[in-house]
Write a protein that binds this ligand. Sequence first.
Ligand code: LLP
Length: 414
Amino acid sequence: MTFNHSIHYHHNTLHIDSIPVADIVREVGTPVYIYSLKRALENYERIKNAFADFDAHVHYSAKANANLAILRALIQAGAGIDAVSAGEIHRAITAGAKPENIVFAGVGKSPTEIAYAVSQNVGWFNVENVAELQYIQTAAEQYQREQINIALRLNPEVTASTHPYIATGHGGAKFGLTADVIGGILARQTDYPRLKFAGLHVHIGSQLGDTTATQTAVQKALDMIAPYPAIRTLNIGGGFPAAYQTGQTLPAVAEFAAALKPIVKDYTLLLEPGRSIIADAGILITQILYVKQQAAQTFYIVDASMTELVRPALYKATHEIVPVIGHEAEKNAAQIVGPVCETSDVLGRDVLLPTLQTGDLLAILTAGAYGMVMSSNYNARPRPAEVVVNPDGSTWQIVRQRETWDDLLRSELG
Ligand code: LLP
């Protein structure tokens, strides 16, 4: 059985590229995130190739997974970075990003973050508040920067077909600016002599289920900028989906490119994909602690929880869960739950699995995006280790150590 080029069974044993997952677990323990850099780089190349007919630049959205090893691999392959906080800019620069290849987005950038980004010379600011412009102008004066690239973020009032928590382009969302407000800013550009209004940004949501809403939003953006010849760059955000179930049909990145090709002419495109690069490159491995038969159900109580992967609890997201050692045996529905004191601490409901025992390993698939970055220390749980399998497919290393109980005390003063 093969889930993708990098995650597959070989002799009934789950492998990531050519490494048996169980080999990594023997040395690193569980829970552990494991990422295939090969898969992440393939995903990046697929997106680049899909948009090869455009003047397009891919800025990996660090919010999906900001581990330095992943950032470094993508930056070395040519990716820019979409950062959503000063912390992410700092990470990106630490990982080797050139500041001019960083776009700084976010609905609530603080003046301190803006000053930091200006001091570092980041390439673009995606702006979502009128007052933000003055902060950028002030920082530009302070750091003597002449021309800071601004992409105003349009809220296109388009509802994406995705989970309501990750839709951002509808009128009621906090994101972006209305067309009226953008028109007003563009009419008063001279109020901000150090800002260069060179782009428009539009992002309608994540895990997009069709290309139509994107096409509509991009068309609105193009209509908006048509009267402004100085605006030559359109940032269309992220949102390309990843498959969370084997066989799920989703629009491919090439279909998004094909939907945009007839309408986008003579503009530079910036893309901010996150999930579509790293989601299916990552798995979370957990061990069964207890098997409990209760209320006519089988509960596998595992050592990972909502503190490692919050997506099922937060969005009712479904991740495929498979045994690390494959069994041919008959499968029954089981509940995969964590140790955290919350009823919502469920990683998988009614997952079809063979009969398993304490000590058996499970792999939670498509966990590379919005997994580790959303992890927490709730219940004083140390965060897990992270491992990458190198692009050669046959060597691996720990890229983040498992936290210790002492790590959890370190920043407290009491
Ligand atoms: N650009 C902007 C402006 C965004 O808001 C986002 C995601 C991206 C790019 C990257 O989107 P992607 O290509 O990864 O879909 N935690 C949620 C997803 C939140 C997405 C937030 N914004 C989840 O686990 O599904």
